[in-house]
Design a protein around this ligand. Structure first.
Ligand code: ZN
Length: 125
């Protein structure tokens, strides 16, 4: 019997003995590891969804107030997460258009953001 362990349990970090493909010391550690992965994954997706939802609410508020331009810093003050978008589109003139569901925006000069609902765009856009 070979008791030399060169691998360590992915869950508890203790040495693993036995089959070469064994990753956990026992079933308990395997279950534990999978459960914590699932928790981590759902925590990650939940926080991404929360950011998207908050961004969407902020931008909807802007559009619904009839404003088409807002300072980027003001959005940040409201808790806008600028990395959370559902769409990116680089236009030929080099402007990056960001989309969050049906609301799109892009940065103009002076840290101003132009916000619009995609459906409100004129046909030629
Ligand atoms: Zn273990």
């Amino acid at each position: 019997m070979n008791l030399k362990a060169s691998r360590f349990c992915l869950n508890c970090g203790l040495p693993v003995f036995g089959r070469a493909d064994k990753k956990y010391c026992d079933d308990h550690c395997r279950n534990d590891f999978h459960n914590s992965q699932a928790v981590t994954n759902s925590r990650l997706t939940r926080s991404a969804h929360r950011n998207l939802r908050r961004n969407y609410e902020i931008l909807s508020g802007v559009v619904e107030a009839g404003i088409s331009e807002i300072a980027k810093d003001e959005l940040l003050v409201y808790g806008f997460a600028s990395k959370s978008v559902t769409e990116l589109e680089l236009r030929e003139d080099g402007t990056m258009i960001y989309g969050i569901y049906d609301i799109h925006y892009f940065e103009k000069g002076n840290r101003m953001i132009e916000v619009y609902r995609k459906s409100d765009l004129p046909q030629y856009w």
